[in-house]
Design a protein around this ligand. Structure first.
Ligand SMILES: Cc1cc2nc3c(=O)[nH]c(=O)nc-3n(C[C@H](O)[C@H](O)[C@H](O)COP(=O)(O)OP(=O)(O)OC[C@H]3O[C@@H](n4cnc5c(N)ncnc54)[C@H](O)[C@@H]3O)c2cc1C
Length: 420
């Protein structure tokens, strides 16, 4: 039997998968520790406008989970934190965690006075760099914990003292420094999730040249009320309403030169985003260019419903190239209709690239001996006892599968502890 000290479970990554794993284990009586790199919990789901298939805002589901976290004393979480080292073995791991400075302590009420006093602006990572924000910021409107962050560029500037003095609650600590802490745990769930495939590598699509070529994750932020355009879907080149929106499926996916695999969610994400366009612009034309549609099980109904819309065309063909039109105002997509074997040049004024998902472990591998599959996802075939990959760090998938996977990983972690 493991000692009480090593009966805890470490969960790395505080997205939907990690939060689920931590809550399920805690509700079964185990102390859990979430280590999250961002200043907030929720992962990429917090950046989505709506969820397929229900088309409801994901923040509702997240809020329910945050309440469960708040109410369960067995769950502790650390934001702006990363795992530096893991040693030991199943049932008895020693973990070193680095806590990066937020420069704002728990006295913060999120009143925003620091942001009012701050003139320095930085790129907004939550909106994928589509706008600027103050260097004293709340990561997003519904951020949990609801606490501001000071960017290092502000802390090192002449403005820092003025911003500190603007806080009525003495919540700003400019001396905050990185710290490390050690934990002993019996098992580890690795749920560090995914990042979007880098669209600048898709040279034929001109993502870096043409402002009206955006990615699917950018579309999520553009459609969101808290996004860079306050929820208005606009052409970035001129801030006007689009008349013809094209979705390019498998942008880099199922392609030996980029990602040879299917991420399983991009078709559904584009169909969902077609409903965003439809809601705002009932007369806009929408074309979804696809190789084949991946909408399995119950999600088939979602596809069939979207397909009923006469203004949404499903065009079977892989887009080869995107160029500006002659007037330099719109874009032309070169595409082969694979049902008729004919070549087409189709105009559009906003193009959304449906890029796939890559595991974050490519950039930040688990600091322990762990096997990965050919694409960098944590392997399920060759598992290190006591360390379990879950959610999109294991396989690219949707939220409901991630929730099931987080639950399964919690059970495996509990079994690991029980074995010792
Ligand atoms: C365009 C698009 C739209 C989508 N829309 C939907 C939808 O409508 N419905 C649906 O069901 N699914 C949708 N998905 C899929 C959904 O986003 C994923 O299923 C979900 O984000 C996976 O959750 P996760 O917790 O596994 O990973 P993530 O959401 O990526 O969370 C991982 C967490 O780990 C943290 N982390 C990363 N590295 C470290 C580290 N080294 N140390 C500590 N923490 C770390 C991250 O900051 C993050 O908080 C969509 C995907 C795309 C691409």
């Amino acid at each position: 039997m493991a000692s009480t000290e090593t009966q805890g479970i470490l969960v790395v990554g505080g997205g939907m998968t990690g939060i689920t794993a931590a809550l399920e284990a805690a509700e079964a009586g185990y102390d859990t520790y979430i280590v999250e790199k961002n200043p907030y919990l929720g992962g990429r789901v917090a950046q989505l406008h709506h969820y397929f298939p229900k088309l409801c805002p994901p923040l509702c589901g997240l809020e329910i989970n945050f309440r469960r976290v708040r109410q369960n004393p067995r769950v502790r979480f650390f934001t702006m934190a990363e795992v530096e080292n893991i040693s030991g073995e199943e049932g008895n791991f020693d973990v070193t965690i680095r806590l990066n400075p937020r420069y704002v302590n728990e006295k913060c009420t999120a009143c925003g006075k620091c942001a009012e006093a701050c003139n320095i602006e930085i790129e907004n990572p939550f909106n994928y760099g589509m706008n600027q924000m103050k260097a004293a910021y709340l990561p997003h409107d519904m951020a949990y914990p609801p606490r501001y962050v000071l960017d290092a560029s502000l802390v090192e500037s002449d403005e820092a003292q003025k911003v500190k003095e603007a806080c009525p609650y003495d919540a700003i600590d400019l001396e905050m420094a990185p710290k490390t802490m050690n934990l002993k745990v019996g098992a580890i769930v690795y749920a560090t999730g995914w990042k979007p495939y880098d669209a600048s590598k898709l040279e034929a699509y001109g993502f870096e040249q043409y402002p009206d070529v955006i990615t699917n994750v950018m579309m999520e932020r553009m459609a969101s009320f808290s996004g860079p355009t306050q929820g208005k879907i606009l052409r970035p080149s001129n801030n006007e309403a689009p008349k013809h929106v094209a979705f390019v499926q498998c942008a880099g996916s199922r392609d030996e030169n980029h990602l040879p695999y299917c991420s399983g969610v991009c078709c559904l994400a584009s169909m969902k985003q077609a409903t965003y366009v439809r809601d705002q612009y009932p007369d806009a034309k929408i074309t979804i260019f696809f190789i084949d549609i991946r909408a399995t099980d119950r999600l088939e109904n979602f596809y069939l419903n979207v397909k009923k819309d006469e203004n949404i065309e499903f065009f079977k063909g892989k887009v080869a190239q995107i160029n500006p039109d002659e007037a330099g105002e719109g874009l032309i997509l070169k595409v082969e209709d694979t049902t008729k074997e004919s070549l087409h040049e189709i105009p559009a004024d906003l193009v959304v690239l449906a890029t796939g998902m890559q595991p974050n472990t490519l950039d930040n591998p688990v600091p322990a001996q762990v096997a990965y599959d050919d694409y960098g996802f944590i392997s399920t075939l060759d598992v290190t006892p006591g360390i379990y990959g879950a959610g999109c760090s294991r396989v690219p998938t949707n939220v409901s599968e991630c929730v099931q996977d987080g639950t399964a990983a919690a059970l495996k972690a509990i079994q690991s502890i029980a074995r010792r």
